[in-house]
Write a protein that binds this ligand. Structure first.
Ligand code: B12
Length: 372
């Protein structure tokens, strides 16, 4: 490795990155068929931005023809260790560990920009373009090619010492850096825990994820109604999902050493009561704002329905009666329909008399009929 590469890796580690490497940019020809099939099958679902510039995603030099190589970086986050409480009794939701604290798009990008600035200081005039999930870049592909880890069966990038609880960032540059001599070996072996234990069956052999079944997609990216058949399967996940990482043996040690974190399980009724201002104040700097208030409260209503706890009926009834957002009312109606209880039925019948949105009325009717 040349001296500049070594120096930049040292700077990246000083900044707090745990892994850094380099590789040469090239067209990802071996992924072209896979990706066009993936798009044609509608797997991008509501993430229409994934389909926008497929050629650039497959060949970053189309972003800027001067680009020659990439420095890839991994930034760690605290693995999930929720308190061992019965979420149904406590009516607590579950959020993915990556979403705790400040939004990584901002914090990690700031650190990567510092590394890019160091590169530019060493080689004045060098072109640098920094991404942290902020452009048409197949981030895991470049990280794997740069030797940071292997493409796991759960489709996350995995490293033997760091598992997968890290974010990826890239500095694309016109400088030439060498790729590692040998690829990082695949260590999934015959393990299929992520495939077997995904509650919605979103993962299949062949590094294949079906976002339309993935809880992470449904709770973060999906807009509009959550398909009825999927709602019971979300359990209490209200933003993202960590199951395919939690069950991965390469994450065991890190998880066991992590502190218990109450914030992974926010009280559902409290979330359901957030108005626009409350949502903005609470999540202004968090990745959770991506779901918007409408998505997060929709998810909280579904989780309260899944809790089976009769104490959830009162907050759901209040939402059905007073919530201005029809999508949230519709999911509150569905959730009330999960309870075989007189007060849930009364709330539904009362709401039906004043409800004007057809999609909410339909949910109310199905809920009163206690349709599956
Ligand atoms: C879209 C997206 C999602 C979507 C789709 C996920 C997916 N697997 O594609 C949804 C919303 C579901 C999602 C969920 C999550 N995501 Co996400 N996501 C992205 C994003 C923006 C693009 C990914 C992408 O290009 N998908 C397109 C499809 C085609 O990818 P794919 O289905 O995995 O297909 C690839 C493989 O199948 C591979 N392939 C095909 N054939 C073969 C053959 C062989 C031999 C091999 C090795 C590979 C291979 O090629 C395809 C292209 O790489 C990236 C950031 C980025 N710009 O790269 C973050 C990113 C992948 N996500 C990230 C994270 C943290 C998550 C979650 C863990 C968040 C959470 N806790 O809820 C989950 C994990 C779910 C999972 N198992 O993937 C991190 C992953 C970090 C890591 N260590 O890998 C990234 C890199 C963001 C970041 N900057 O850190 N995500």
């Amino acid at each position: 490795m040349d001296r500049l590469a070594e120096k930049l890796i040292a700077i990246a580690l000083e900044q707090g990155f745990i892994l850094a490497g380099f590789t040469t940019l090239r067209p990802l020809e071996e992924r072209a068929d896979f990706f066009s099939r993936w798009l044609a099958e509608g797997r991008a679902a509501g993430m229409e931005w994934l389909a926008k510039t497929p050629a650039k995603r497959l060949d970053p030099r189309l972003i800027d023809p001067r680009l020659r190589s990439v420095m890839t970086l991994a930034w760690p986050y605290i693995p999930p260790r929720p308190p061992a409480i019965d979420w149904r009794a406590a009516m607590r939701g579950r959020i993915a560990a990556y979403a705790l604290g400040l939004d990584y798009h901002d914090t990690v990008k700031a650190r990567a920009l510092t590394v890019a600035a160091a590169l530019a200081a060493e080689r004045p005039g060098a072109v640098t373009r920094v991404y942290v999930d902020t452009g048409p870049v197949f981030e895991r592909e470049w990280a794997a090619a740069a030797g940071l880890g292997w493409f796991g069966r759960n489709t996350n990038l995995l490293n033997r010492y760091h598992g997968s609880y890290f974010f990826l960032a890239e500095i694309l540059t016109d400088l030439g850096f060498d790729a590692p001599k040998a690829p990082y070996r695949d260590h999934c072996g015959t393990c299929r825990r992520c495939l077997d234990l995904c509650p919605t069956g979103a993962l299949a052999d062949g590094y294949l994820l079906e976002p339309r079944l993935c809880i992470s997609y449904l709770t973060i990216e999906h807009r509009g109604a959550i398909p009825r058949a999927m709602r019971p399967r979300l359990g209490n996940w209200i933003f993202g999902c960590d199951i395919c990482q939690e069950v991965c043996p390469w994450n065991n040690d890190a998880t066991a050493a992590a502190p218990i974190n109450e914030a992974l399980m926010p009280p559902l009724a409290e979330l359901l009561a957030l108005d626009d201002d409350g949502f903005r104040r609470r999540f202004a700097k968090s990745a959770i704002r991506r779901a918007k208030r409408s998505g997060l409260l929709r998810n909280a209503a579904v989780a309260l329905g899944n809790s089976g706890n009769p104490a959830a009926i009162a907050p759901l009834a209040a939402t059905l009666a007073n919530e201005p957002d029809a999508q949230i009312r519709a999911h509150a109606a569905w959730a009330l329909g999960r309870f075989d209880a007189a007060d849930a039925r009364r709330a539904l019948e009362q709401a039906r008399r004043g409800e004007s949105a057809p999609e909410v009325n339909q949910e109310i009717t199905l809920a009163i009929e206690r349709a599956p």
